[in-house]
Design a protein around this ligand. Structure first.
Ligand code: OFO
Length: 173
């Protein structure tokens, strides 16, 4: 059975993951309003991934006889000054989430909770991919600047992102 401290920390992480989904969904709305449908598609897939992340934590608590407790989500930002600023915000958010995963690992270590430690390994690798994906787009958008043609090319490219299989494998693609 999962211990109370670990359970509380994971419940807090479920909130963080759902807040990630909420933030990226706000970005979907922003990109749609800007007519950048490719970026909106990319963020839509990202939103689904974040819900899948929350469900990994949700299922972990349930499988170990614990009790999931859903917490209030913060209202996300609505607008960004540019697509570059939106992706910069996504990158900063992923760095924040990496920090929360590291904090979870610390708690798992202190509680000597091996099942949580094993479950968290997946997230350690996932965060490397999450940060890398966001940073690459930030770099790309920085290079093309506000140039209409470059932006359209990036938008088209990001629109090719496909939803991950339901099993959750390949979520970071
Ligand atoms: Fe759940 O990885 Fe992004 O936030």
């Amino acid at each position: 059975m999962i211990g109370k401290r670990m359970q509380d920390t994971i419940n807090e992480q479920i909130k963080h993951e759902l807040e990630s989904a909420y933030l990226y969904l706000a970005m979907v709305a922003y990109f749609r309003a800007e007519g950048l449908d490719g970026m909106a598609t990319w963020m839509e897939v990202q939103t689904q991934e974040e819900v899948a992340h929350a469900m990994r934590f949700f299922n972990h608590i349930n499988e170990r006889g614990g009790r999931v407790e859903l917490r209030a989500l913060a209202q996300p930002q609505k607008d960004w000054p540019s697509p570059l600023e939106a992706f910069k915000a996504a990158y900063a958010h992923e760095q924040f989430i990496t920090g929360t995963i590291n904090d979870l690992l610390k708690v798992a270590d202190e509680e000597n909770d091996n099942p949580a430690k094993i479950m968290l390994q997946w997230f350690v690798s996932e965060q490397v991919e999450e940060e890398d994906a966001a940073k690459k787009i930030v770099d790309l958008l920085t290079r093309v600047g506000d140039s209409g043609h470059g932006l359209i090319m990036v938008d088209r490219e990001l629109g090719t992102r496909k939803a991950a299989p339901a099993s959750g494998e390949g979520e970071a693609e």
